[in-house]
Write a protein that binds this ligand. Structure first.
Ligand code: ATP
Ligand code: MG
Length: 348
């Protein structure tokens, strides 16, 4: 039985009880009146007895109602008050069991279940918040430690210029990583709190993908990667800066996780009013376990941090795709490569 129906039954039962108490009082009073009139003609006596009968019945119903209120209203209200006080003090472990008093599911049971849902949600976001803070601190600490130690080393007057150049390069890398981390955190935070904030426009997807690849030209050449692109001409109504973030992350991952001399393939197809974008590589691939977590914030398949990055790229991509309305999936085989597929709607 659904909750609404159960609640309706409880309300009807309350009304029936109220009706029944009035009906019983009147019936008893009328019967008592008739009995008295049959036995005596002393009307004064009849009135006094009637007064007491009605008084007795009123007291009886009042006590019954007090007991009912104690069990059905005051006790659950007190239980819920204590629970909400605990939650207000930050104790999110509070859980309440629906009581089904007299076998009925009432509003209090519904409040109890809502409180359980609320505390479960709060507990979950508390864990996420704590994880997020410890992840950020960890990710910030690493480049900061590098900056600190190399800044000290660079100050040494005895080092030669070649060594100094090397230290400067390391310092630049560390500051770049710190800046990228802070930018990604800010972007994610903005998206999570405000949703779409940029305006939509008509975007030629094939151009935007080609521009994204060109940005990585130097890296692609440095790793001697082969690039193949098969792009249909498709225009979409979306947010340009968001799409750029998606392509940049997928292409930079494909480059980063592919060995020198590998191949990256980018395809864009129109599939019945949907744009299907695939970014494939012949890189290291992703295990099943890793594949299930790559869209989480700060998750990196290789915990040794051998590859640079903060594990925020795909979390950002997923958040954007959820906001603009689309899908992303990954297929991969260890040692053979990965294919990321993005599906977008709103084609023009
Ligand atoms: N093309 C790929 N091939 C192999 N593994 C990948 C690929 N793309 C992503 N991954 C795995 O998914 C993880 C998460 O990717 P994500 O882009 O979120 O983080 P990142 O690239 O490590 O860091 P960031 O993007 O913040 O610089 C990566 O660390 C890697 O293990
Ligand atoms: Mg990345």
């Amino acid at each position: 039985m659904n909750n609404r129906r159960k609640k309706a039954i409880v309300t009807i039962n309350g009304t029936i009880m109220f009706f029944f108490s009035i009906w019983l009082t009147v019936t008893i009073a009328v019967s008592a009146f008739k009995l008295m009139v049959d036995r005596t003609s002393d009307m004064k006596k009849v009135y006094i007895v009637m007064l007491f009968v009605i008084l007795f019945l009123s007291v009886l119903w009042t006590l019954a109602d007090l007991l009912r209120r104690k069990i059905m209203v005051e006790k659950p209200t007190e239980e819920i008050l204590i629970a909400t006080e605990k939650i207000a003090r930050g104790d999110f472990s509070v859980r309440l069991t629906p009581k089904y008093i007299y076998g009925k599911y009432d509003e209090y049971d519904e409040i109890r279940e809502n409180i359980n849902r609320m505390t479960a949600e709060l507990e979950k976001s508390e864990i996420l918040k704590n994880d997020f803070i410890s992840n950020i601190s960890h990710e910030i600490k690493t480049p900061l430690a590098i900056i600190q130690s190399y800044a000290t080393l660079i100050n040494d007057p005895t080092i030669d210029s070649e060594e100094r150049q090397r230290y400067v390069k390391i310092l630049c890398e560390a500051t770049k990583r710190l800046t990228a981390l802070i930018n990604d955190i800010l972007k994610l935070n903005k998206l999570e709190n405000q949703g779409i904030i940029e305006s939509k426009e008509g975007i030629r997807l094939h151009d935007s993908l080609a521009e994204a690849v060109i940005q990585f030209e130097t890296l692609i050449e440095a790793k001697n990667l082969e690039i193949e692109a098969d792009l249909d001409e498709i225009t979409i109504v979306s947010v340009k800066s968001y799409l750029d973030i998606i392509w940049n992350n997928l292409i930079s991952n494909a480059i980063k996780f592919t060995e020198n001399g590998g191949k990256i393939t980018i395809s864009l197809k129109n599939d019945n009013g949907r744009a299907i974008i695939k970014v494939s590589d012949t890189g290291c691939g992703i295990s099943k376990e890793t594949g299930m977590r790559i869209f989480e914030k700060f998750y990196q398949g290789d915990t040794s941090h051998a590859q640079e990055g903060n594990g925020l790229g795909l979390a950002l991509v997923k958040k954007i795709i959820d906001i603009i309305g689309g899908e992303i999936s990954v297929e991969s085989e260890i040692g053979r490569g990965s294919t990321f597929t993005v599906i977008l709607k709103d084609l023009t």
